[in-house]
Design a protein around this ligand. Structure first.
Ligand SMILES: CN[C@](CCCC[B-](O)(O)O)(CCN1CCCCC1)C(=O)O
Ligand SMILES: [Mn+2]
Ligand SMILES: [Mn+2]
Ligand SMILES: [Mn+2]
Length: 305
């Protein structure tokens, strides 16, 4: 079994420096050797050089910041992910900010139209070009990916390469605790399944993961794309990330999600996003980068016994 690593040193979907170093640090910390040690053959032809994609001019489109840069980069990511998947490999995308999911999820659904998407995050990342307050595209990817009418106005031709293939009933969230009011409306309007930290507290992570799978993969026969924003974890567990929110998933809850999804045997594509190894001190950086690497190992079959 082969895992194709898509290294994405990219920060264009948000304003903080440093998140582009996330993939570089995870590889530097020995992730490839760890996976080889586990029996995986690893295909990694180096990190993408996205700086070459940066346009000279990239004025805002409405409120959206760096739309052209994000569009070009995520189109390339979609192609990389799709090509790994079409060769029968598991795709592992290392971010980089979460706008990269515009590419990873597009790539997965191009290869596996019948897939479902499990989104681990403090945030829903479902703002539209109209509803976003920040204009940061890492807060928007899901709205572009959903195959529904009325979310993205056609005027935004920048993302015309993106064919929305994600049905609302194939998306489920775990870990939400910082959702903007317009995002709450969108979740309700499309009946999107969302397990917040309230549900994690109420039912426990084991039951929440089971309910999440029942919602989007009732017969356990659909390929799974797991998009894991490390800010879904509590900031005491993953401090080095751009938009930390208290009251998140414990170290074990985060790893349990990966272990349980590995156990389904249906995982085809994983993103580990928003690791920013420049925030703030070296202990925080060490903790966050090593958590990113251990989440990957749990997705790929590492078990405690
Ligand atoms: C909740 N939405 C935010 C954060 C998006 C985080 C993206 B992720 O990839 O890290 O999950 C925040 C918007 N708020 C900022 C403070 C004022 C109210 C709006 C946004 O910028 O859209
Ligand atoms: Mn490959
Ligand atoms: Mn996110
Ligand atoms: Mn987030």
């Amino acid at each position: 079994k082969t895992v194709g690593i898509v290294g994405c040193p990219f920060s264009g979907g948000q304003p903080k420096e440093g998140v582009d170093e996330g993939p570089i640090k995870m590889i530097e910390y020995g992730l490839i050797d760890q996976l080889v040690e586990m029996g995986w053959s690893v295909e990694f032809d180096g990190h993408h050089k996205f700086t070459e994609f940066r346009p000279a001019e990239d004025p805002n489109i409405g409120k959206l910041k760096k739309p052209r840069y994000v569009s070009r980069v995520t189109k390339a990511v979609a192609e990389s992910v799709e090509s790994h998947l079409k060769k029968g490999h598991l795709a592992l995308t290392l971010g980089g900010d979460h706008s990269l999911a515009l590419g990873t999820v597009s790539g997965t659904f191009a290869a596996y139209p019948d897939a479902c998407l499990i989104w681990i995050d403090a945030h829903a990342d479902i703002n539209t070009p109209e509803s976003t307050e920040s204009g940061n595209l890492h807060g928007c990817p899901v709205s572009f990916l959903l195959a529904v009418d009325g979310l993205i106005n056609e005027e935004i031709t920048e993302f015309s390469w993106l064919k929305p293939r994600l049905r609302p009933d194939r998306l489920v969230y775990i870990g939400l605790r910082d959702v903007d009011p317009p995002e709450k409306e969108i979740l309700k309007k499309y009946g999107i399944k969302a397990f917040s930290m309230y549900h994690v507290d109420k039912y426990g992570i084991g039951k929440v993961v089971e309910m999440a799978l029942d919602a989007v993969n009732p017969d356990r026969d659909r390929p799974i794309h797991l998009s894991f924003d490390v800010d879904g974890l509590d900031p005491t567990v993953a401090p080095s990330t751009g938009t930390p929110v208290r009251g998140g998933l414990t170290f074990r809850e985060g790893h349990y999600i990966c272990e349980a999804i590995n156990e389904t045997g249906l995982l085809v594509s994983v993103d580990i996003m928003e690791v920013n190894p420049t925030l703030e001190d070296e202990v925080s950086v060490f903790e966050t980068v090593t958590v990113g690497c251990s989440l990957v190992r749990c997705c790929l079959g590492e078990s405690l016994l």
